[in-house]
Write a protein that binds this ligand. Structure first.
Ligand SMILES: Cc1ncc(C[n+]2csc(CCOP(=O)(O)OP(=O)(O)O)c2C)c(N)n1
Ligand SMILES: [Mg+2]
Length: 235
């Protein structure tokens, strides 16, 4: 529930807990979605779920969800994917979903796209492991309207730009009569802080800030907020 600019990505996963159908099959990609999937999503015994195998390659999120639909056409599938992975192959795989969805007993295949215009997981890896500031030349990726692309090819697309739109958007995409993209414009400066950060990681993180990372102001603000919540739970 901590504020971010414009949306804290964790909020999408937290709110999904209230909307995820009991028989849903969930997939998450290699990217920041893997952090929030692990940290914020509560899966029950009736769910099935997969992460990118051995946390290795980007790109399996949408194909895993399509595979789930072929194995269990009567169960809804939800893929949790970054914008980089969508640009790599996820957008093309939406065309596959369009080709086959009428053959599925339950047509629901929802793709959450975290639109952060960044290869965010690696941006944070470089900050925490090496103390390197964000390198805009390698990390930033082009702005694309993923919801409009879904509409264009005959699927459903919804784009949210404020946190208060999230609840209604989950209802809409999970109630759709076809595969749907929920595109959320999220803040790339929310740190994926592990629950037990090591001294080395904290040191490198501080170095990245000192080396003039462009996002340093909001990084510091978000990190402090998360730490305060850890030491004062239930505030
Ligand atoms: C094919 C491939 N290229 C590069 C990587 C390294 N890598 C892991 S996560 C990541 C960034 C993912 O970016 P995006 O899909 O936009 O997700 P975000 O972390 O921004 O949410 C990269 C480059 C990888 N795992 N696989
Ligand atoms: Mg991204």
């Amino acid at each position: 529930m901590q504020e971010a600019d414009p949306i804290n990505p964790q909020r999408l996963f937290w709110d999904l807990n209230e909307h995820l159908p009991e028989d849903a099959i969930v997939s998450a990609d290699s990217g920041s979605s893997a952090n929030w999937y692990a940290r914020d999503l509560k899966l029950g015994p009736t769910h099935m779920a997969s992460l990118s195998g051995t946390l290795a390659t980007m790109g399996p999120g949408v194909p895993y969800a399509i595979a789930a639909k072929f194995c269990h056409p009567n169960r809804p599938a939800v893929a949790l994917v970054g914008d980089g992975a969508m640009q790599m192959n996820g957008m093309a795989e939406l065309i596959t979903a369009k080709k086959y969805y009428k053959e599925w007993a339950d047509p629901r295949l929802v793709v959450l796209v975290l639109n952060n215009r960044d290869l965010n997981q690696v941006t944070w890896e470089q900050r925490a492991l090496k103390g390197d500031p964000e390198n805009p030349m390698t990390q930033r990726i082009p702005e694309v309207n993923y919801a409009a692309f879904a509409d264009l090819i005959g699927l459903k697309g919804i784009r949210v730009e404020t946190p208060d739109e999230i609840e209604g958007a989950w209802d809409e995409v999970l109630g759709a009569d076809r595969p749907a993209v929920l595109e959320a414009v999220v803040d790339p400066e929310v740190p994926p802080l592990p629950p037990h950060i090591t001294f080395e990681q904290a040191k490198h993180f501080a170095e990245a800030v000192l080396h003039g990372d462009e996002g340093r102001r909001s990084m510091i603000r978000h990190s402090l907020r998360q730490l305060v919540d850890v030491v004062t739970p239930g505030r």
